[in-house]
Design a binder for this molecule. Structure first.
Ligand code: ADP
Ligand code: MG
Ligand code: ZN
Length: 494
């Protein structure tokens, strides 16, 4: 891909620019042990350097052993993005010197990635978008450096090798992305896919999903790419979108001013809301890749691939399409539910457990359930079977919609069955006409003025009177029956 200098001052002002963006994602694979040794990947509460061994410390005289599960997860990802799986691949050494890399090389895959030529489709505010994925390969993570000061105020750097050797998958797109929003949506959809197939927990705030964006501009209509900038340190999806939008703006202004851009790496400053220069590329990196002599080539035999394919769950795109085509949900609701794996699982469980209308259930998921999740930070003890039962009770008129929300909120707290809550709170809806007649009579007697207004032609006071009965019965009255009774009384004369 040629990178040519863009037009200089002569073209300034007259040019319309188009952004060209490619995304590189590093995802930590969800395995129990590291990529080439038996050290645990569970680093929660782990003291620095406590999850290490001679292999991931890079000591001489040891041999790496391939983590089969990590390979399987990259293959699963490759299948899920409709990529070509290489029948035979190998490992390569990427050589460079840095304190976070004890061996002096990283085991990676260079010219033979496990998966190549895939694609991912997702929705944006401007409609669906498909991005080609160039490759997905497997490699090992580096150690973590921490730059700090000691008790004497001297600047020191600490190394924690717990992260050294964790399995990483790198996923690289073609430069098909054109807007900051598309870039954010691509990263979100990839995270959803990785979580759905169990390839990665992909928590961005924990560094399990790292997104880097390559951004350049070119005059609209031109084929060749312009000079690109690589943006790093984006710690949230919001940051991805804002950093790229900033970079498009910045490069546009520079090019308009007739400046010639240089290829560089920039970091995103979340506080100042801008990118800053980290380093200028003075020469193209030469990592002197060569085949890893300590590991055999990797053969992905067809039977293995078939079993991986067969064990994949329903993928997000297929599930959204099914919700729309078979359950009659709107594309928007389908997107919201599928976009949240816990919500989607709850919806599936509720569907399987009751004969309630999918649309009514979907309304509960996108409404009450997600509201509760936002408030609590999780879905608590929500059970699909109980939700289905609750929605059925509303549909049968056994409880009012308002009380159902209260019942649901309480159910989420400790998982108490909804029937038990209805009984405990005495919230069963009153549909018995005789019982309601008494309540209606009391309200009419207490609001004589409203009754006269109604008879004088102000029909809208009926709504007020219905509201009074609902209040008197703590929302338990069946509103439709109350309405009928009130009209009968008012129109029957007395
Ligand atoms: P590197 O070897 O430096 O990582 P690559 O050629 O592998 O570079 O590209 C990395 C990413 O950058 C890919 O997603 C690619 O599509 C994208 N990319 C390459 N050139 C450009 C460019 N001029 N503008 C925007 N993105 C680009
Ligand atoms: Mg790269
Ligand atoms: Zn180890």
């Amino acid at each position: 891909m040629a990178e040519t200098a863009l037009p200089g001052p002569a073209a300034a002002g007259a040019t319309r620019w188009e952004a060209v963006i490619g995304i590189e994602v590093h995802a930590q694979l969800r395995t129990a042990s590291k990529m080439f040794c038996r050290c645990s990947t569970d680093l929660r509460d782990a003291r620095p350097n406590s999850r290490t061994c001679p292999v991931c410390l890079g000591l001489p005289g040891v041999l790496p052993v391939i983590n089969r599960r990590a390979v399987e997860l990259v293959l699963a990802t490759g299948i899920a993005i409709e990529a070509e799986i290489a029948p035979v691949t190998r490992w390569d050494r990427k050589n460079y010197f840095y304190p976070d890399l004890p061996k002096g090389y990283q085991i990676s895959q260079y010219d033979l990635p496990l998966a190549s030529h895939g694609r991912l489709t997702f929705d944006t505010s401007e409609g669906p978008c498909t991005v080609r994925i160039r490759r997905a390969h497997l490699e090992e993570d580096t150690a973590r450096l921490q730059h700090t000061t000691d008790e004497l105020g001297r600047r020191i750097s600490l190394v924690d090798f717990n992260r050294s050797g964790l399995p990483l998958m790198e996923v690289v797109t073609e430069a098909d992305i054109r807007t900051a929003e598309q870039a954010r949506r691509y990263a979100e959809e990839l995270r959803l896919l990785l979580r759905t197939i169990g390839a990665s927990d992909a928590e961005m705030e924990n560094g399990q999903l790292r997104v880097e964006a390559n951004v350049s501009l070119r005059p609209v209509g031109r084929e060749e790419f312009g000079t690109r900038v690589e943006v790093k340190n984006m710690n949230s999806f919001r940051a991805v979108e804002r950093a790229i939008a900033f970079e498009i703006e910045r490069q546009g202004r520079a090019l308009e001013a007739g400046e010639v851009l240089v290829q560089e790496t920039r970091g995103w400053d979340d506080v100042r809301n801008e990118t800053y220069r980290m380093r200028v590329k003075e020469y193209s990196d030469d990592y002197r890749y060569f085949p890893e002599p300590d590991l055999p080539p990797l053969r992905a035999d067809p039977a293995w691939l078939d079993s991986i394919r067969a064990s994949l769950p329903e993928l997000p795109a297929a599930r959204r399409a099914r919700y729309v085509a078979e359950l009659g949900l709107s594309p928007y609701d389908a997107g919201v539910i599928v976009g949240d794996p816990a919500a989607s699982a709850l919806f599936e469980e509720a569907l399987a457990n009751g004969a309630v209308a999918p649309k009514a259930l979907a309304n509960w998921i996108t409404g009450e359930y997600l509201r509760v999740v936002r408030q609590r930070g999780d879905g608590g003890h929500a059970s699909g079977a109980e939700l289905a039962h609750l929605v059925a009770m509303v549909e049968e008129g056994r409880i009012s919609g308002t009380n159902a929300k209260e019942i649901f909120a309480r159910h989420v707290e400790a998982g108490e069955p909804v029937e038990q809550i209805v009984a405990a709170l005495g919230l069963a809806q009153i549909s018995d006409a005789d019982a309601l007649a008494a309540a209606v009579n009391e309200v009419l007697a207490a609001h004589q003025a409203a009754v006269s207004d109604y008879r004088a032609g102000k029909q809208q006071v009926a709504g007020f009177l219905v509201g009074q009965v609902m209040k008197a019965t703590r929302g338990q009255a069946n509103a439709a029956i109350v309405q009928r009774l009130i009209r009968e009384r008012l129109e029957g004369g007395e």
